[in-house]
Design a protein around this ligand. Structure first.
Ligand code: NAP
Length: 246
């Protein structure tokens, strides 16, 4: 049997790194991308290879069309046609009300979280649609349905767009044999909170979460792995919430 071949964008750290490793243990060969933290990407790639998988690493800003095209070309030249795509790369911005958010921060979040997902989905739609098989999992957020007032309304809106992309593309690609789903994590303990200006955000959120703790990257990775697996063969167009009840 041939092994599944899956590209994880933003696979260097956090949820993406946990997903790359989980998929490697599940028997996937992996391509993973990063944008700035080459050392973290190489560390994750080493762990993926230690798990017995082939692994391609590439720097690619997913908000840039040329980078995305080069990433897919490289991954498929090294691994063969991709059977899976995890659109995980994403950014928040400094925490705060919309009134205090700069245009540059708005643009960056929309560019990476929406345009980046569209560019990767478009390339996967072309390649997987032509092959007649494949599965895409987009990493959305519980913020899409909570709105994130006072924190990052623009980020929440970008993730609502991811949910809509998932729904529409699932309907477009279903007849071609390609499934498209999303996961919507709640507050997960990764470095993204430090990047948005509050390293203690995940721990501080615990009392407001029904399960009384933040989630782990591995718990999100498990949901992504299921959605990519044959066990989810009749599941498409859904957003699976992994948010501890939030
Ligand atoms: P993280 O620890 O900050 O990791 C972000 C990853 O995305 C890194 O691998 C980073 O690469 C990569 N990345 C950032 N901008 C990129 C770009 N323009 N092009 C390519 N790669 C880029 O974040 P995380 O918490 O794991 O988040 C992963 C995804 O889950 C995001 O889409 C995020 O919105 C979503 N999410 C997270 C949470 C949470 O609480 N953590 C909750 C809901 C949804 P470098 O290592 O090179 O910087």
């Amino acid at each position: 049997m041939t092994r599944p071949r899956t590209l994880v964008t933003g696979g260097s750290r956090g949820i993406g790194a946990a997903t790359a490793l989980r998929l490697a243990h599940d028997g996937h060969d992996i391509a993973l991308s990063y944008v700035s933290d080459k050392d973290a990407a190489e560390r994750t790639a080493d762990a993926v290879r230690d798990a017995g998988a082939r692994c391609v690493v590439a720097r690619a800003d997913t908000s840039r069309e040329a980078d995305v095209e080069r990433l897919f070309d490289l991954a498929q030249a090294e691994l063969g046609a991709l059977t899976g795509l995890v659109n995980n790369a994403g950014v928040t911005a400094p925490l705060g009300p919309l009134a205090d958010t700069s245009t540059d921060d708005l643009r960056r979040v929309v560019d990476v979280n929406v345009l980046g997902v569209l560019l990767c989905c478009r390339r996967a739609a072309r390649d997987m649609g032509a092959a007649g098989e494949g599965a895409i999992v987009n990493v959305s957020s519980a913020a899409a349905t909570l709105g994130s007032p006072g924190d990052y309304v623009h980020y929440a809106a970008s993730k609502a767009a991811v949910d809509t992309i998932t729904l529409g593309l699932a309907k477009e690609l279903g007849p071609l044999g390609v499934r498209v789903n999303a996961v919507a994590p709640g507050i997960i303990d990764t470095e993204i909170h430090a990047a948005s200006g509050d390293p203690g955000r995940a721990a501080a959120a615990a009392p407001g979460i029904p399960l009384r703790r933040p989630g782990t990257a591995e718990e999100v990775a498990a949901a992504i792995a299921w959605l990519l697996s044959p066990s989810a063969a009749y599941t498409t167009g859904t957003v699976l919430r992994v948010a501890g009840g939030r």
